[in-house]
Design a protein around this ligand. Structure first.
Ligand code: FAD
Length: 395
């Protein structure tokens, strides 16, 4: 089978790309390993930046988030030095986030894509991208019924995440990988509990970091720093809530609204950037192009931004025979990716101090530069100073 663009993966990157290609009259297919119900219920990101919302609005993809998303612009920091609120919506360009769970965004993007005639092959796993250094690449697949198959194309867009076939298919030496292990691990949780405050909550505690992020009126995401190597199911619900309450200083500022923990995942905070984001006819976008640690809530936002840039470039080439956009794709995206990495790195230092992180309850991990784990009193004081400057400085 053949088409102009084979898109691997029906996450935010692949579905924004599919919609925009469809809008521009470019023939494409999206291959997705999972079943439809799975991608429509997979809870991950929730905070969409103002620019992401503008992109989605520009292409008629923002109806759901306009109707059901909630504006958000306040963080609360809690530590041994007390608590304060940072109304970032009142600073800089005055921009806010829109809280809209990723699975709802994916559902909107998918519904719209299918409604305008888009094709998604669910249950179809891309195995490898072949001949990417020619103008006739192809993708070998395992079809839903288990049989092997193949899609031919002019271009392949790798939007299949960090462990996808696009990354695996890059020949050694063609693309450089920058990687940083921040030496910090979070247990990410979704709880069937209403938010406990009307702000993103960041708690710095001697036992480690804890975070609170609203999702909907019934669901809240929490993060709790844990030791590297912790198994996701090794903490009981009682232990999770007790630890969250302790670190978020519930005794001083009010107890958390508890509820059933419905999803848990261990996240090692890592950063990863590929450079360039292209190998011949294969282009990378979203998590396939670079992984930003969830400390900065940037991943889904970058995925949408890169998908728009890539869609324009592919359409210019395929419709108008103008390849300048494709030639410039990597150079256009990388500054945004590095800016997000820089912010995420800054957030990790803000919340965890120096190498090895703050607290972590027995963690012994080090940074990838080999330095020893455990924040020193020096790094701890730097962290306090960073938080204090957020409290006091308006610049
Ligand atoms: P994905 O969403 O991972 O989609 C890739 C798709 O490809 C998947 O559907 C997968 O099934 C499919 N696939 C994989 N391999 C294959 C294959 N071989 N063949 C076919 N299909 C394949 N980001 C934010 O911006 N804000 C946040 O608040 C935020 N919070 C997060 C919280 C958590 C706990 C996590 C884990 C991430 C969070 N992120 C956040 C990051 C964000 O979820 C990702 O950056 C985003 O999903 C990337 O989109 P994507 O389309 O590139 O990849």
């Amino acid at each position: 089978r053949a088409t102009d663009v084979v898109v691997l993966g029906a996450g935010p990157a692949g579905l924004v790309l599919g919609n925009l290609l469809q809008n521009r009259g470019v023939d494409c297919v999206v291959l997705e390993r999972a079943e439809r119900a799975h991608i429509q219920t997979r809870a991950r990101a929730g905070f969409l930046a103002a620019n992401t919302v503008r992109i989605l609005e520009r292409h008629g993809l923002a109806e759901g988030l306009r109707r059901h998303g909630q504006a958000h612009s306040t963080c609360e920091f809690r530590s041994a030095d007390g608590r304060f609120r940072l109304d970032y919506g009142g600073l800089g360009r005055g921009e806010r986030h829109t809280v809209y769970p990723q699975q709802l965004l994916v559902t909107d993007l998918l519904t719209r894509f299918l409604a305008v005639g888009g094709r998604v092959e669910f249950g179809t796993e891309a195995v490898a991208v072949l001949d990417a250094d020619t103008d006739r690449p192809s993708v070998t697949v395992r079809e839903a019924d288990g049989r092997p198959g193949r899609w031919g194309a002019r271009y392949v867009a790798g939007c299949d995440g960090r462990h996808g076939a696009a990354r695996r298919s890059l020949p050694t030496g063609t693309v450089r990988r920058h990687h940083c292990d921040h030496g910090v691990t979070w247990l990410g949780l979704l709880a069937e509990a209403p938010p406990s405050m009307d702000a993103v909550g960041y708690a710095v505690h001697e036992r480690g970091f804890a975070g609170h992020m609203a999702r909907t009126s019934e669901i809240t995401r929490y993060y709790v720093q844990c030791a590297r190597g912790t198994a996701a199911d090794s903490w009981s619900e009682q232990r999770i809530w007790d630890e969250l309450d302790l670190r978020m200083r519930g005794a001083e500022y009010g107890p958390l609204h508890r509820g059933r923990v419905v999803q848990r995942a261990v996240v090692d905070l890592e950063s990863d950037v590929l450079e360039p984001l292209r190998h011949g006819s294969l282009f990378l976008a979203g998590d396939a192009a670079g992984l930003v640690s969830p400390s900065a809530a940037k991943g889904a936002n970058l995925a949408v931004l890169e998908a728009e840039i890539l869609a324009d470039a592919l359409a210019d080439d395929l419709v108008h025979r103008d390849s300048k956009g494709l030639d410039a794709y990597s150079a256009r995206c990388l500054p945004y990716i590095w800016r997000a990495q820089e912010f995420s790195h800054w957030m990790i230092r803000l919340l965890h101090g120096g190498p090895g992180g703050h607290g972590g309850h027995g963690s012994s991990e080090g940074w990838s530069d080999g330095s020893a784990g455990g924040a020193s009193p020096f790094h701890d004081s730097l962290r306090r100073s960073r938080i204090d400057s957020l409290r006091t400085s308006r610049s």
